[in-house]
Design a protein around this ligand. Sequence first.
Ligand SMILES: [Zn+2]
Length: 420
Amino acid sequence: MTTHSTFSARDAAFVRDFHTMSEFGATENGGVDRQAASVPDGQQRQWLTGLLEANGFTVRFDRAGNQWGLYEAVPGAPFVVVGSHMDSQPTAGRYDGAYGVLAAAHAAFRLVEQWAAAGDAGQPRFNIAVVNWFNEEGSRFKPSMMGSSVYTGKLALETALDTTDTQGISVREALDSIGCRDDYDGPAAAYCAEIHIEQGRSMEREGITIGLVQSSWAANKYEFVVHGEQAHTGSTVIADRKDALLGAAMLVVAARELADRFSGALHTSVGELTVYPNSPVVVPSRVNLLLDLRSPDEAVLAQADALLHGRIPEIERAANITVERSRSHSWPVTPYPTEGVELAAKVAADLGLSSKLVMTLAGHDSINMKDLVPTVMLFVPSVDGISHNEHEYTTDEDIVAGLAMLTEVVNRLCNGVLEG
Ligand SMILES: [Zn+2]
């Protein structure tokens, strides 16, 4: 590992904590596997509790499993909420989400220290809350961004808690098994900030350190169930087959053809196929398939969506199956508040960090939060744009620069810079 003699002791401590944190659920190839409410997710949450408490924060879990580190400098005032998520996809990278939570914690520690040193005149107007949102990834329990959706009132608590994974374990049971659910609703928020890796390569390509997220891509996510009929793969004549996997494969290809048709303006994918019975000599009778469409342009998304649904009768005929659309989850293109983007641009300039406006292609908890309170979303570069992959990487220089950036944004939010 490179040593950075230019890092301050605090920056070096942050990098050290980052590497310690990456041990939870570490995989052989340098990534992590920390799906929501799994054992490593629970261990990492405990570790975060220890870190927050050692720095004078009170830690609480809310009803939806979100982990809060609270510091009340101004009794009774609402909180600037800063954080991200520590859960991961299976065999994922170390930076996605986890970087944002640790950066939030260290930013908060620095501010609390500043306030302690500043005396009466240097007290903030708002308190600070570090948050580790539950189940942002949605790999084990769907939908994604679950904890922030409950906190912002977009998803009913009971619906979230009743959600089960493929083993039939509910969110309620999983959270209780790692001791991360309590009778608490979370603090009252005044503002929110989140920092995350870009998960794309546009910043790296242009040599930019800080991305100022101005809006999110729209997304439509579907679960389709393809119904066929179980049969012998040898003895059943082809004309008689109702092959659910063949129908699913046609949907996979149809999604890709749409992306090619709208080249660049549409991303589509099928990320999960569950084949039943998934047995060597059996024509599959059922396939559950998760398909998503994303675009920066809602008109393109609507057109692609209509084209996709238009293809379904054709696929049903060709594969002799039926396609049922079960769950769906979508969000529109939504801007982040301009005043937050302007604040972040000013902070980057004041700190001498290069910045540019970016859109986020991926979903983030801040997309929920920005509908509740003014929210600032920041990116640091991803080397080669690699994400949801064990080789995800951001340089130590960039994670440290992002921490400095986040600290100053949160400092100004706590001081009421956006108060009218
Ligand atoms: Zn993430």
